[in-house]
Design a protein around this ligand. Sequence first.
Ligand code: NAD
Length: 261
Amino acid sequence: MGELDGKVALITGAASGIGKAIAMAFHAAGARVVVADLDGDAAEMVAGEIDGGNGTALGLAMDVTEEGAVNQGFDEVASRWGAVDILVSNAGIQVIAPLVDFQYAEWKRLLAIHLDGAFLTSRAAMRQMIASGKGGSILMMGSAHSHVASKFKAPYVTAKHGLLGLARTIAKEGAAHGIRANVLCPGFVRTPLVEKQIPEQATTLGITQEDVIRDVLLRDTVDGEFTTLEDIARVALFMAAFPSNALTGQSLLASHGWVMD
Ligand code: NAD
């Protein structure tokens, strides 16, 4: 028996990095998984990688900032497998620049993906969870930056803090319907999102990439180590599968002690 046997889990941004690792772990725990991503081709490839073509993983093109696309994607899942039991709102990007140089369009793009995306997907998931009468579990991908700030990441830090408010509100509104909402807050994990920012930070700060890793990204960890995809997938499974409201409206840090809160 897997911990998620019989469950349907939709993970956004699951064609890469953390979302992909979570989709793989949830599938291994018995769930049918929806790999939703802006990149529909990559989503389908990852779904095939996960289920070997046996029909227990579904790749779905979904731009989480588009209301119509989100609702249509959830409808498609419901007509195939029934209501979603677990949502992982994970899609995200990073843009790095000093605040005084930040382009307004980039600020809005980042907030739309992280915050509008979390709202639209949570709303669609909650509607299904309420209609099914089964409730469910919503997990937001926060960050250590849900709790602390770093230079040059103004919209990212703002958005990740904002997710705490959204999850806490869903926890309160969802309780009557058996819906829990929590935030997982990783430290740095070596995904494409992080690989891209290492040279960018080196340029912005005028230091080497090795210095960025040691003196910026991992400086405040207890051991100078990156958090791994496996670490985050394991914590995500624990949080998504947790069976009671003892764990709702919470954020859990997995950051090698970078942030202790
Ligand atoms: P990644 O770049 O590997 O994956 C992000 C995925 O999101 C990509 O597949 C991309 O196509 C998708 N995406 C982007 N915009 C989208 C949109 N509008 N609609 C749907 N999908 C979209 O990044 P990752 O590191 O795996 O990041 C995943 C999440 O984890 C993000 O929310 C990120 O902020 C968070 N996070 C990452 C780290 C880290 O160190 N990597 C740490 C803390 C939090």
